[in-house]
Design a protein around this ligand. Sequence first.
Ligand SMILES: [Zn+2]
Length: 72
Amino acid sequence: MGQLLRIIIILFGLWLVIQIVKRALASRNPTPSRPPIIKMLMCSRCGVHMPESQAIKDGDKIYCCEEHRRQK
Ligand SMILES: [Zn+2]
């Protein structure tokens, strides 16, 4: 019985060490909270730069607005 108790204590101790190490590593290497890189694209018509999410794509050309896309 004493043997089993020792094993349990050792296993618990091991688990505790793993948890401490995990926490230490996590705090030492915090997940970088830098904003996602926004890809800037240039309008083929006027040359203005805008984030990729706002760009209007037409084939391999990129435009800042619907008007410039129509003007080409
Ligand atoms: Zn434009």
